[in-house]
Unconditional design. Structure first.
Ligand code: FCB
Length: 405
């Protein structure tokens, strides 16, 4: 009989799940919620014969109200960490006017996490901005930086007692390319100039936010969540290697390098592999695909982690997961990915935690409610959470700090 090999993770490894405010909280008014209901968006969906109502975040998973239900899911998994975000528009609905009740609700939630032994990783900006900040010109305008920093200072001061890990920005490169190059997310621009302006403003915002957060408490650990793609040079051919070097620089490293002196850890979000064969985006035959037709390529995370070692900082896998409504591949994927993470740790990469995307089904941006990323299924009418089989599988890993090969 085959003996299974037990791969143990380092002591104090963080086992978590990740979510974001706009995708789970519900009841938000920000640039995204506004866009979801806009005429342009509605017409576009109707043209595709889709029901616009399925693409409006609305109450989402009602998590702002269902705090205890979410914590019950975390307990069932045995998590010792949770990554989530606050929503800027909820905290600062009018410029300079802070909603103390909203802040108190977040604080109460975080205290509950702590009472259950769950370490919070708090994301300050996971894409939407308040309507008034959008009207200042959004991230394309330098005018947004000062208010953003004011929001950061207020929020960090308020929650600092209970939070050690801060993620200033989620996937700045994904947001910027989708919103300002591809033109598919609000504000739907297609302009290289806008793209550069936004990247520049996000770099400035992060660098200054870093100083503010460290000034409030020098023990705070601050970073971003970076969406890195594993670019593979087919056949190791010189032209493919050359393209890979360019892609690595442009997509994976450029932003991280600009903030390298202002971050304490690296947050890695891993979803994609790209096999380069004279060009990008060439199709590859994957063994398995997610419901969104994303090819599942677990070993990519190993290569990315090895590459991130050069930054000489602790690494947290701040997101990794798949849309899989029928839960066909989730357990397999988690297991395969974690074997690769373990291999990277053995190779000396300082990986300190893994956060599965996602705890519960949620609103997947422009794709609406159809993609189901949750370890827990959500009934969007009753807001009931129901464990998928993979939740049990992941719980076993979290509770025993190991995977089997
Ligand atoms: C990432 C986003 C996250 C979620 C997953 C599926 O790019 O950070 O909010 O949508 O993809």
């Amino acid at each position: 009989m085959d003996e299974k090999l037990e791969l143990r993770f380092p002591k104090q490894f963080l086992w978590g799940c990740a979510t974001s405010a706009h995708q789970i909280e519900g009841g938000l008014t920000n640039d995204w919620s506004d866009w979801e209901k806009s005429e342009r968006r509605t017409k576009h969906l109707q043209k595709l014969n889709l029901n616009p109502a399925d693409f409006i975040s609305g109450l989402a998973a009602n998590s702002f109200v269902e705090q205890n239900a979410d914590i019950a899911c975390m307990k069932e998994l045995g998590l010792n960490a949770y990554r989530f975000s606050v929503d800027w528009s909820r905290i600062e609905p009018q410029p300079g006017v802070f909603d103390e009740t909203a802040l108190a609700t977040y604080l109460e939630f975080i205290k509950k996490l702590r009472a259950h032994g769950i370490e919070p990783l708090l994301t300050l900006w996971h894409w939407p901005v308040p309507l008034w900040a959008r009207d200042l010109g959004g991230w394309q305008s330098g005018k947004i930086i000062e208010p953003f920093l004011r929001f950061v200072e207020k929020t960090v001061n308020y929650l600092n007692q209970e939070v050690n890990f801060w993620i200033t920005l989620n996937e700045p490169t994904v947001y910027t390319s989708q919103s300002f190059l591809a033109g598919v997310w609000p504000p739907q621009k297609k302009s290289l100039l806008a793209y550069y302006q936004v990247i520049g403003n996000l770099i400035k915002a992060h660098r200054q936010a870093y100083d503010i957060i460290k000034k409030i408490d020098a023990n705070n650990q601050v970073g971003i969540a970076s969406h890195n793609i594993y670019f593979e040079a087919k056949g190791n051919k010189p032209i493919n290697r050359w393209l890979k070097a360019g892609a690595d620089w442009w997509w994976n490293d450029r932003f991280l390098k600009k903030i390298d002196d202002k971050q304490d850890f690296i947050g890695l979000n891993y979803y994609f592999h790209n096999l380069i064969n004279y060009k990008f985006g060439r199709h590859h035959d994957y063994e398995k695909y997610s419901d969104m037709s994303w090819g599942l390529h677990p070993e990519g995370i190993y290569h990315l982690l090895k590459d991130l070692k050069k930054y000489n900082k602790p690494i947290y896998i701040t997101e990794n997961g798949l849309a899989d409504k029928g839960d066909q591949h989730r357990s397999w994927y988690i297991n395969e990915v974690l074997q690769k993470v373990h291999q990277a740790i053995e190779a000396g990469v300082p990986v300190k935690g893994y956060f599965h995307w996602s705890l519960i089904d949620n609103f997947e941006w422009s794709h609406g409610f159809e993609p189901r990323f949750g370890l827990f299924e959500v009934n969007f009418q009753t807001f009931e959470r129901l464990a998928r089989p993979s939740a049990q599988f992941y719980a076993d890993i979290c509770q025993h700090n190991r995977v089997f090969k």
